[in-house]
Design a protein around this ligand. Structure first.
Ligand code: DP6
Length: 336
């Protein structure tokens, strides 16, 4: 026999961003975040999970190709769901599975994205949320959506927010084990239904740097991030919740853009991180950076040779047409 469950989960787009982890393994963030979940008809993942006594190992296919699930993130999600499995009694098919049976049964997972994977469209969010939800249904897990979100979080942070529709807050939580780091719904999908989200897919290429790596670099090198997490985001979250509650688009737009600008200074952080790593490796500073109001970095190299190397490093980090397309350099009067 084979028992099967299919689920569909939309992706979500953060309007107050999650960037930076305080625990890499459990995926615990340094700040709360708020997102809006897209309509499932558009950007979504569809996942079918099946169980059969003939399966001899857990396996997964993504967009038709088998992928490895030996990594910690998949294993955490599988383990957490399995440990909550309960008895299944499918009278129609005459299948009975006890809580104990689940320990020895294996699953096959088949997942499809109807949008480009890893192109910055939060495919991991829809993917892990869908995986956890589908496995939860298959194994008759009784946990509520918030508790499931804390499991999806261990697959990919942003995934916890895709368990709900509408506007969703990921509460960072305080517990070291992450039990209180979960998603709650701020307002449902009907609350503000005039809003339309248009996504301009400029590039469907895979990201050069994954969010995971980008975040790690930022946490390691940026004091700005700590300031953002402690001083800026908590206030912004309150204002954003208020704006959503009142359907106040002016405030909503202002907060969304400000949060993105500060970040999309992702580019800033990446430049800062590049310079700091380089300076550290050399033991003595090679390059100084300074930022004015915008994300443009002013980089001061100690000499012409360093400047030439710097340009090479920047081109390597930000190749043309990557997500952060740094295609022009304005050189100062000491040009190389
Ligand atoms: C910029 O959730 O993909 O989309 O937790 O390492 O899997 P991991 O990262 P991920 O990061 C998403 C970052 C973001 C902002 C956001 O969705 O809040």
């Amino acid at each position: 026999w084979v028992l099967m469950v299919t689920a569909q989960t939309p992706t979500n787009i953060a309007v107050i961003k999650y960037w930076g982890k305080r625990d890499e393994k459990l995926i615990l963030p340094v700040n709360d975040s708020i997102s809006v979940t897209l309509d499932p008809a558009h950007l979504c993942t569809t996942t079918t999970v099946s169980v059969s006594p003939t399966f001899d190992q857990d396996r997964m296919w993504l967009n038709g190709e088998e992928i490895s699930i030996s990594g910690g993130r998949f294993q955490s999600c599988l383990r957490e769901i399995r440990s909550r499995a309960t008895d299944v009694d499918d009278k129609e098919k005459g299948i009975k599975i006890t809580k104990k049976d689940w320990e020895n049964l294996h699953v096959h997972i088949s997942s499809y994205n109807n949008f480009p994977t890893a192109a910055g469209l939060a495919s991991s969010a829809a993917g892990f949320a869908c995986l956890v939800f589908a496995l939860g249904k298959l194994m008759n897990v009784k946990e509520d959506y918030s508790q499931l979100s804390a499991i999806a979080r261990q697959g990919s942070g942003s995934a916890c927010r895709s368990l709900y529709g509408g506007f969703v807050k990921w509460i960072m939580g305080k517990d070291e084990k992450g039990t209180d780091s979960l998603a709650v719904q701020v307002a449902d999908e009907k609350h503000w239904d005039e809003l339309v989200i248009v996504i301009a897919v400029v590039s469907s290429r895979q990201k050069e740097t994954s969010s995971t790596t980008g975040m790690r670099d930022t946490v390691e090198t940026s004091l700005l991030l700590q300031h953002r997490a402690k001083e800026i985001v908590p206030k912004r979250i309150l204002k954003m919740e208020e704006a959503i509650k009142n359907r106040d688009f002016a405030s909503f737009a202002q907060l969304t853009c400000t949060d993105s600008n500060q970040f999309h200074a992702d580019l800033c952080f990446r430049i800062i991180s590049l310079v700091e790593k380089w300076n550290k490796a050399e033991g003595t500073p090679q390059v100084a950076y300074t930022f004015d109001a915008g994300p443009n970095a002013v980089l001061i190299a100690r000499n012409r040779k360093t400047a030439a190397l710097l340009v090479q490093k920047l081109l390597f980090c930000f190749p043309p047409n990557s997500d952060a397309d740094l295609n022009s350099f304005v050189l100062g009067d000491k040009s190389i």
